[in-house]
Design a binder for this molecule. Sequence first.
Ligand code: SAM
Length: 255
Amino acid sequence: MFKPKKSLGQNFLFDPTLLIRIIDAAQVTSEDTVVEIGPGPGRLTELLAHRAKKVIAVELDAELHARLKTGLAGYVNVELVNMDVLEYPFEQLEPFKVVANIPYYITTPIIFRLLEARTKLKSMTLTIQREVAERIVAPPGGKDYGVLSLSVQYHTKPTLQFVIPKEAFRPMPKVDSAVVRMEIREKPPVAVNDEKMLFKIIRASFSQRRKTLSNSLKPLIPECKDLLIQANIDPMRRAETLSIEDFARLANLIS
Ligand code: SAM
C-alpha cells in the first residue's frame, strides 16, 4: 500500500470528471507536448496521454516514479522523468503546455521557474491553493493584489477556471483549490525600457504594504517623491492602488 508523503505535497485527485475538466480548461490538443509536474499516481497523466501528442511527467518521488513506469508502460507517448521539477531543463523542450496539480509547498517557485522558461511555454494550467489563485488574478485595489499578481499578469493572461473543494483530494488538504489557466502573452501589456527596474520598483513598493509609496520607495530611490509626481502618481497612495501602467510609467521615468 502506498502511503502519501505530506512533505511532498501529495494530495491526489481521482475523480475523472474533474480531471477531464482540467484538461478541457487547458485546451490540450493532439498537437501538444504537455509537461505534467508531479504526476503522482498518474490518473491525470493517463488522460493527458489520450489527448496530447506527448506527455512528459516529472515526479520527484522515486517510489511513485517506479509505480508509474509499470502502470503507464503501455503509453508510448509518455516520458517519465524522476527529478525535482525546479531543476528540469524546460528551455531544451519544443514549445509546450504545462498541465498539473502541483505540490503546494513550492507553488510560487514553480510559477516563477515556468515564467523564466516562457519563450517555449504556451500556457500553464495549474491546480493550486484557491487563495494563491485569487492573488494571481486580482485586479488593483484589494488585499490580494501584489507582486505575484503583477508578475503573472505582466507575462501571462490568467483566468480562474473553477474551484475544487478540498474534499475532492485524497488525503484531504486544509484548503480549497482552484484551477488557473495562464496563457503566455506574445508581448507585455505595457512598454517598459527596463524590466528588471520595473520589478525592483514593484517589489520595493509592496515591501511594506501599509506605507505610502514615497515611504516604501525612498530606500531604493531617494528622489522618488518628485518622480512619482512627474509620473502623475500621488506619493501618498499605497502600492496596491497602482495599475501595471502606473508602475511602467514610473519605471520608464527612472530608467
Ligand atoms: N498529479 C497527481 C494528482 O493530481 O493526483 C498528484 C498531485 S500532488 C498534489 C503533487 C505531486 O508532486 C506528488 O506526486 C509529489 O510527489 C510531486 N512532487 C513534489 N515535489 C516535487 C518536485 N519538487 N518536483 C516534482 N514533483 C514533485
